[in-house]
Design a protein around this ligand. Structure first.
Ligand code: MLT
Ligand code: MN
Ligand code: ZN
Length: 290
């Protein structure tokens, strides 16, 4: 299986247009908003999340170029982990591509009709096939959704029960490669330990490095906002880096990096801590073969 990391920043991207924090003004390599593409055969590709940057991301990725026919595309569908705007807004940019298949958790399917009526809007442009995320086989990939969170997006008013956030386990039976993609992880449960055990690679929530990063960087009173946002930090005794040590055979890749995250500086001490802990935060465009 081929995995293309199309974007690796959290909502707003890096730098963020209205942010003059230390990181956003440091002239570091920019990153677009989190999503990736996977393929078993290199011909049919599936997006996992669809960021508002998707047009630039698709045009910048050779394997995703249009063709071979005049209106063909290797993009066959998309899996959504949640209904957050940074993970779903890009679908509106793909409205020209009728016939896409989209999988998402039930609550997300409801939100994308009732609160952000993307499904009805898309239907006027040709229409896609929307399916509840569960376990599905597509073009040589086995894709399973696993609930990891109950945080609903801020714009949602519908009183719908979750799960609102899932991770995906994507397996290529031909190679034995297993990808776990979990860009929004509120807590590291026993169930999540079971999910990542035996994975070849885990692309993991790296939104924040430290527990109180937002308040420190932007001067706001945001101390507990991070956890409420549904993102465990990387560092600290309850952070994800301490947990990955229990899975030495796995390749760990952080994504969904918030613009305040000091690991955005590849020469900084925090980035070095991540590498020493057995993980990485590779740039946009990174290609993995599993
Ligand atoms: C999140 O990851 O928590 C959300 O995408 C935040 C946002 O609205 O940008
Ligand atoms: Mn996000
Ligand atoms: Zn910033």
């Amino acid at each position: 299986m081929k995995v293309l990391l199309l974007g690796t920043a959290a909502g707003g991207g890096f730098p963020q247009w209205n942010c003059a924090c230390r990181m956003c003004t440091a002239g570091l390599p920019p990153r677009t908003q989190d999503c990736l593409a996977v393929s078993a055969d290199g011909r049919g590709w599936y997006l996992v999340n669809v960021s508002p940057d998707i047009r630039t991301q698709l045009l910048g990725a050779k394997p995703l170029a249009a063709g071979p026919g005049p209106r063909d595309t290797p993009v066959r569908g998309a899996f959504l982990t949640d209904a957050e705007l940074d993970h779903s807004l890009g679908l509106a940019m793909l409205r020209e591509g009728a016939g896409l298949r989209v999988w998402a958790p039930d609550a997300v399917l409801t939100a994308l009709r009732a609160d952000f009526p993307l499904r009805d809007i898309a239907a006027r442009y040709g229409g896609w096939d929307w399916q509840p995320a569960g376990a599905v086989e597509v073009d040589g990939l086995r894709v399973t959704a696993v609930p990891v969170g109950s945080k609903r997006p801020r714009y949602v008013r519908s009183d719908v029960d979750g799960p609102w956030v899932v991770a995906y386990r994507i397996e290529d039976p031909a190679t034995g490669g297993v990808l776990v993609y979990a860009p929004c992880l509120a807590e590291w449960s026993k169930r999540f330990d079971d999910l990542v055990a035996g994975a070849t690679c885990v692309v993991l929530d790296g939104t924040f490095y430290s527990p109180a990063e937002m308040s420190g960087a932007t001067g706001g009173k945001l101390d507990n906002v991070q956890r409420a946002m549904g993102h465990i930090p990387i560092a600290g005794p309850e952070g994800s880096l301490a947990r990955i040590a229990a899975h030495p055979g796995v390749r760990w890749v952080y994504t969904h990096l918030n613009n305040t995250n000091p690991i955005l500086d590849p020469a900084g001490p925090e980035h070095a801590v991540v590498l020493a802990g057995g993980a990485a935060a590779p740039p946009d465009g990174t290609e993995l073969t599993l």
